[in-house]
Design a protein around this ligand. Structure first.
Ligand code: NAP
Length: 243
């Protein structure tokens, strides 16, 4: 997969799945801008690894749920890298709880970061893509957005919303040669899922018998970044969990 002379902007690219995507796109030749929320040490480590891969790499601290901050970050990336070709909306959080007890703030926070954050970034990158008549957007959804998950009403709603956003952006921007797709991971080993142990019932319900690796999601995302004829698609990557 070749992404030479392309600039990729990855939200939540400092850790976990986003970091694996950053490294994969860099290995394909793309320069990489990484947005993170607050963990500056992890972001710095990721930038060191990306630079060692021989590409231009820079991190930006930005809360993607903040419309103006997202605009400023996109402008800063464009200023430093010259353009943006690929947007990966990966930043996400969980604030789990049953619907009977879920706090209003927990619902709002997850929707604001996972869904509105993707809207903000897409909204600010769209004009760059339209002007250059090309671009790729990949949204990191979840199988929770496809089949729901008890204890995650906020998270599942945000991830289902991302799928609606994906399909609409794909329809709106297809005439400008811009593709927008989503991936729907199942259980992937990252900090986010560190509390799920090997004895969890979730583990035994994965047909392929193991959690996925961030690198496996990254491979799929890179494939979608290289395709010129897939748009509006949602690809599960879950070891069969949501069959
Ligand atoms: P993670 O290890 O917890 O990493 C989350 C990343 O998002 C970090 O880089 C974090 O930055 C960043 N972030 C969080 N809030 C942000 C905000 N408001 N603005 C900007 N960046 C923010 O998570 P992960 O497991 O890699 O998950 C990545 C994506 O995959 C998420 O959207 C998640 O919902 C989705 N997903 C994960 C799984 C799974 O099993 N892990 C399954 C399905 C879908 P800081 O480090 O600075 O906080």
């Amino acid at each position: 997969m070749e992404l030479q002379n392309k600039v990729a902007l990855i939200t939540g690219g400092s850790r976990g799945i986003g970091k694996a995507i950053a490294l994969k796109l860099a290995s394909c030749g793309a320069d990489v801008a990484v947005i993170y929320a607050g963990d500056t040490a992890s972001a710095a480590r990721t930038i060191d690894e990306l630079s060692a891969a021989g590409v231009l790499a820079q991190s930006y601290k930005c809360d993607v749920s903040d419309f103006s901050a997202a605009k400023a970050a996109v402008e800063a990336v464009k200023g430093e890298f010259g353009t943006i070709d690929i947007l990966i909306n990966n930043a996400g959080v969980t604030r789990d709880g049953l619907i009977m007890s879920m706090k209003e703030e927990s619902f709002d926070e997850v929707i604001d970061i996972n869904l509105k954050g993707a809207f903000n970034m897409t909204r600010h990158c769209a004009s760059i893509f339209v002007k250059k008549h090309g671009g790729k957007i990949v949204n990191v959804s979840s199988i929770a957005g496809l089949i729901g998950n008890a204890g995650q009403a906020n998270y599942a709603a945000s991830k289902a919303g991302l799928i609606g956003l994906t399909k609409t952006v794909a329809r709106e921007l297809a005439s400008r040669n811009i593709c927008c797709n989503a991936v729907a991971p199942g259980f992937i080993s990252t900090d986010m899922t560190a509390d799920i142990g090997p004895d969890s019932p979730l583990m035994s319900s994965i047909p392929l018998g193991r959690p996925g690796l961030p690198e496996e999601v990254a491979e799929l995302v890179a494939f979608l970044c290289c395709s010129d004829y897939i748009t509006g698609e949602v690809v599960r990557i879950d070891g069969g969990l949501a069959i």
